[in-house]
Design a protein around this ligand. Sequence first.
Ligand code: HEC
Length: 219
Amino acid sequence: MRTAAMLFAFLLASSGSMAAGDAQRGARVFQACAACHSLEPERNLTGPSLAGVWGRKAGGLESFVRYSGALKNSGIVWNGKTLDAWAKDPEAVVPGNYMSFPGIKEERARADLLAFLEKASQPGSPLAGKPRALPSLKSAPPDNRVTAIRHCKDSYFVTSAAGKALAYWEFNLRFKTDSSASGPAPNAPVMVGQGMQGDRAQVVFSSPGEIAAFIKEGC
Ligand code: HEC
């Protein structure tokens, strides 16, 4: 009898705790999501911004253009129930979606995450944190600003604004674009990542059309 009562009390307590996750702890759980999702409106990373996600139609953020057809056509509206299922096992909820994330199996952690997300996804929520200022590539130091790239046979020769010239095997130099506000100015590409050291590097342009025009062929 006593055991049954204790069990009942335990069940009540655990279902109660499900409803009332701890937003503070949830903020830590959200770190698992933050690599791909911001809480700033319209600031999309690998995944769409989660600002305003509560009540949003799945795949419905206009500014995010990389949704899977599977998510867009799922008919899901995001609320406590659908988000809990998604956070537990995205592939089970929407097979073929593009979110490379295995899910959080621990119920308590999901309840905390949702308590956090419900608040932090509201417009202007202090829980969302301050917008993270990205280092702007427009103010890169001369060592990283690229003034010329020459291609000869299987190699690229890159000159920096500081006057350094570096040689790369063509397979080791990557070209990227960053059209966001923190990206480089037009025709002012910037080296990032390993910077001007080592045998490989990345050069970021403001748009794809600039890349071929910037690189001069010549030996
Ligand atoms: C590795 C990157 C990555 C991680 C980590 C990640 N997501 Fe995602 N997420 C995505 C991508 C990409 C999509 C778009 C999926 C699609 O279109 O199929 C997405 C979609 C979503 C959506 C749908 C949004 C909408 O506008 O319909 C939600 C909600 C979401 N993620 C929540 C989370 C939460 C919560 C976590 C952490 C527990 C998380 N994600 C972790 C990349 C990620």
